[in-house]
Design a protein around this ligand. Sequence first.
Ligand SMILES: [Zn+2]
Ligand SMILES: [Zn+2]
Length: 345
Amino acid sequence: MLAKRMRAAVLHGVGDLRVEEVPVPEIGADEVLVRVRACGICASDIHYVEHGHIGRYVVSAPMILGHEAAGEVVAVGDAVRSLAVGQRVALEPGVACGRCRMCKRGRYNLCPDVRFFATPPVDGAMAEYAVLRADFAHPIPASVTDRQAALAEPLAVGIHAVRQGSISLGDVVLVQGGGPVGLLTAAAARAAGAVVVVTDLFPVRRRAAEALGAVASGVDNEEVAAALHALGAPDGADVVIDTSGNRRAVAQAHERARRGGTVVLVGLPEDDAVTYHVTEIVDRELTIRGVFRYANAFPSALRLLVDHGVSYEGIITHDLPLGDAVAAVDLARTQRDRAIKVLVC
Ligand SMILES: [Zn+2]
Ligand SMILES: [Zn+2]
């Protein structure tokens, strides 16, 4: 007998996050009901708590937070053949229409009709249960824990950033920002055969970068230049990926790329406009690419999470029970010097 009510972390408005009882969502014919075992807290969750909106997405009705979840299938819709009750799955949180031009091109992250967890008005997965279309629920390899599988979502962003940067064997890659996405981007770039430098202000994040096989650096120009020089790239990185969204770092990204190099933008600066020198970009023939979420990256992310000598555990610094979701979000929001990825389990 399935539960009818569940606990969930529901955002009611700016600064007003509550753990409360809500109905368990109903499943459609092509959907599965998942008992969530771990859900990561993302910068976007924090942003909604602090500001009540991200760009044009406004929290105007109570919304369950969370889009980085893993758990176990507890019910399947009538039309579902690909999954069975009891299977562990990672939840790819953006369900695309599958019919539009972008979907047909395989770039379904750009689907105008995508429904993404914890993006108004769509509920997220920081709850006891979540419903998802079955083809977006990806089986978790046996050796990957539910906690680790909650990293599949930010790792998928990293994989997409590596693909957008066309990173290949032996490339020198500079990742600006050692938050969860930066660290997992570094891990993906390492897996692609790159030599990676990660910059961050906080020692805890630099240590996590080193644990993933990257070289860690402070954020100052001289430190970054010295790190690139030591790796044999005195003229700049082949690919610079900004995950920090720091205005200065974004503005400097193209100066840190070599001639003919690529800049990949992932992080969003608080104040959107950043000045770029067109002459320099043209003269040095730089490629600048954006990263919006990911497409076709979840299965790869789950395979990378299998421990091939790289442990992702250092990224998960805290896990708290769902009942403490408010404290968990607060921890992730205010303690960036010690918290990297905070999970609600
Ligand atoms: Zn996220
Ligand atoms: Zn579509």
